[in-house]
Design a protein around this ligand. Structure first.
Ligand SMILES: Nc1ncnc2c1ncn2[C@@H]1O[C@H](COP(=O)(O)OP(=O)(O)O)[C@@H](O)[C@H]1O
Ligand SMILES: [Mg+2]
Length: 283
């Protein structure tokens, strides 16, 4: 499904002493099936922006269209099903006695048989890489990474056409992070849905997404192919962000070996480029 934002602005608590402009004239188009990363400092407007994509927030100005459907229209229930958002620290929203009930929660309003529900829950659990024997446990018995995955399964079980993850690996160790990114990439590849990943980790964004949107102070500062965005180090630094560390290393190497390609921003691409370079040198 496609997403279009037109002249979108949003102000929290307008007309009060707490008024806060969070989005300023955003124009954006995300096509069906894209895998997009959104980066930016805390407070730059990332979470506010994505909450417009399922109608949780309504534009103060401008409009948002999901597959041509204006989010200011009536059918919010349908919109919430089509656009699944995994919020930051989603495990705080686990509250049922069993993992099974938590994952099945969103399905209650659909007219499914017990058996169909079970089937969908099992599918979702498998997608996030958990074993089905977890289903009868209490969510509170689980590790942090497991809880996070259960919460994501609760969104996936609704079969969204757009999946949005707001800092899905915040607070997890590298292994927990890799597990989550592994199945997110797999979901994008096999389910062909639109995936939007909000993260402050340049490294993670660089190795996962095709397109990067950089937010700064409520505006879109950069929007382009991952390689183009991360090779513009000056621009990133001008807004106080940095490129993935590897990009800096490659730039330094290029100063010494001019025929190296320095448009490289993941560790594995850097390894390939250096091996290619050594081969050319006959080493
Ligand atoms: N519920 C809220 N009430 C008032 N201001 C808010 C609220 N949520 C966010 N803001 C403000 O809106 C701006 C954008 O915040 P947010 O979208 O959460 O940014 P990010 O997700 O990039 O950290 C910030 O200035 C933040 O303080
Ligand atoms: Mg946020």
């Amino acid at each position: 499904m496609s997403i279009i934002a037109e002249n979108l602005s949003y102000t929290y608590m307008p007309g009060t002493p707490f008024e806060r402009v969070a989005l300023r004239n955003i124009n954006l188009e995300i096509e069906d099936g894209e895998f997009v990363g959104i980066i930016g400092h805390t407070g730059s407007g990332k979470s506010t922006l994505i909450q417009h994509f399922n109608g949780l927030l309504r534009p103060t100005e401008g409009r948002v269209l999901i597959n041509g459907m204006d989010t200011a229209g009536k059918d919010l229930k349908e919109l919430r099903r089509l656009v699944g958002i995994v919020f930051q620290y989603p495990e705080h929203q686990l509250f049922e006695e069993t993992v099974y009930k938590d994952i099945a929660f969103g399905l209650r309003r659909q007219e499914l048989t017990e058996e169909q529900t079970r089937e969908e829950v099992l599918k979702a659990v498998k997608t996030v890489g958990l074993n089905e024997d977890i289903l009868e446990k209490s969510p509170f018995e689980l590790s942090g990474g497991q809880k996070r995955r259960v919460a994501i399964a609760g969104v996936l079980v609704m079969k969204p056409s757009i999946l949005i993850l707001d800092e899905p690996t915040a607070g997890l160790d590298p292994r927990g992070r890799d597990e989550i990114f592994g199945f997110i990439t797999e979901i994008h590849r096999t389910m062909g849905i639109t995936v939007i990943l909000v993260s402050h980790s340049m490294e993670d964004i660089a190795r996962l997404v095709d397109r990067v949107i950089v937010m700064n102070d409520g505006t879109i500062e950069m929007d382009g192919r991952t390689g183009d965005v991360f090779s513009d180090i000056e621009k990133l630094e001008s807004i106080g962000l940095s490129a993935p560390q590897v990009a800096y290393l490659m730039k330094k190497l290029k100063a010494v070996f001019p025929d190296i390609n320095d448009r490289v921003y993941t560790v594995s691409a850097a390894r390939d480029e250096l091996l290619k370079h050594l081969k050319r040198k006959g080493a």
